[in-house]
Design a protein around this ligand. Structure first.
Ligand code: PEP
Ligand code: MN
Length: 338
């Protein structure tokens, strides 16, 4: 249910409605707009009885939200969401590049990558300190030491940090180090983890589960938003199909329906989506053309010696060429790189 206040409703009248919703044991989500405030209601198992709310002063109308994802839906929040970070803004109009190695391997390669990215105008660096690996014998990431490296390089270069949180145990440390907390494909439906980041003070980059439908993905976003963290970024990273010519099948066709149903920004990860560095540039350009708000890209100073995902990582020259092509394609599309 969405309560739409009159444009002339006073702050006291808005507060009265918030209190009334809380008295019904429901959760109000105030959404101040340019002309009027709307209040989303969540927490109800069945339909909300609108009568006690529609009579309150300042209330204009009550709208039933039909989709199972409420806060993530355009029905409840029509305008696009922009994610405001200290380094940049993510959302329609611009095209945000988040680039960096799959894993933090040591301080020198993180420092070198960050300096290179800053020189390319890239404001956000990805790098995992905690790595979800298929094999227990593969490099699992540097853990807390990796987070400390990221924090130092953030301080020395000014680059924003995007890094993965795998479990609730490390949530405080990752939340502290990250500008954006990444939730990986394998954890998209880890509901206790989603509940934890719903209380985080940092935005969440929510990767699509490798077999998740659009509705399941948006319901995962809803978990984060229901707890009060409205800063969610969706990231398409490829799904499992019968195709074996690439690591995953990058589902760019999810972008138009995701945009229609939800106001959340949508990024694409063509590195995990294809699994091969020579397939990354065409799919990166296709993502821009398909209406994505940016990319998550794996870039490594020496991809052939990377401890994880080297085959799908661009080298610095490859990223430079891709940035140039993206800039050229952005012009006719009326977009600019952020
Ligand atoms: C990653 O970004 O390095 C990663 C592990 O991604 P995903 O969760 O999409 O596999
Ligand atoms: Mn990776």
């Amino acid at each position: 249910m969405l309560v739409v206040m009159h444009s002339h409703a006073t702050p006291e009248q808005v507060d009265q409605v918030l209190d009334a919703i809380r008295r019904m044991n429901l959760t109000p989500h105030p959404m101040p707009g340019a002309t009027r405030t709307a209040i989303g209601i969540t927490g109800n198992i069945g339909a909300v009885d609108p009568r006690s709310l529609e009579v309150l002063p300042g209330v204009n109308e009550l709208i039933r939200v039909t989709k199972p994802f409420k806060l993530a839906s355009r029905e409840m929040h029509e305008a696009d969401t922009f994610i405001r970070l200290p380094q940049t803004v993510i959302g329609p109009g611009t095209f945000t590049l988040i680039a960096g190695p799959c894993s933090v391997e040591n301080e020198a390669m993180i420092q070198k990558t960050a300096e290179f990215l800053v020189g390319q105008g890239v404001k956000l660096m990805r790098a995992g300190a905690f790595k979800p690996r298929t094999s227990p014998y593969a490099f699992q990431g540097m853990g807390k030491e990796g987070l400390e490296i990221l924090a130092r390089v953030r301080r020395s270069t000014g680059i924003g940090i995007v890094t993965e949180l795998m479990d609730t145990d490390n949530a405080d440390a990752v939340e502290e180090a990250a500008d954006i907390i990444q939730i990986g494909t394998r954890n998209m439906q880890n509901f206790s983890l989603l509940r934890r980041v719903s209380r985080a003070t940092k935005p969440v980059l929510l990767k699509r589960g490798m077999s998740a439908t659009l509705e399941e993905w948006l319901m995962a976003a809803e978990y984060v938003m229901a707890g009060g963290n409205y800063n969610v970024i969706l990231c398409e990273r490829g799904v499992r199909t019968f195709s074996d010519h690439s690591r995953n099948t990058l589902d760019l066709s999810v972008i138009p329906p995701a945009r229609k149903l939800s106001h959340l920004p949508i990024l694409v990860d063509p590195s995990h989506g294809t699994g091969r560095r020579d397939f990354v540039p065409p799919m990166a350009l296709a993502s821009l053309a398909a209406g994505a708000d940016g990319l998550l890209l794996e870039v490594h100073p020496d991809p052939d010696r990377a401890l994880s995902d080297g085959a799908q990582s661009l080298d610095f020259a490859g990223l430079e060429r891709l940035v140039e092509s993206l800039k050229q394609l952005a012009v006719p599309l009326g977009r600019s790189l952020a």
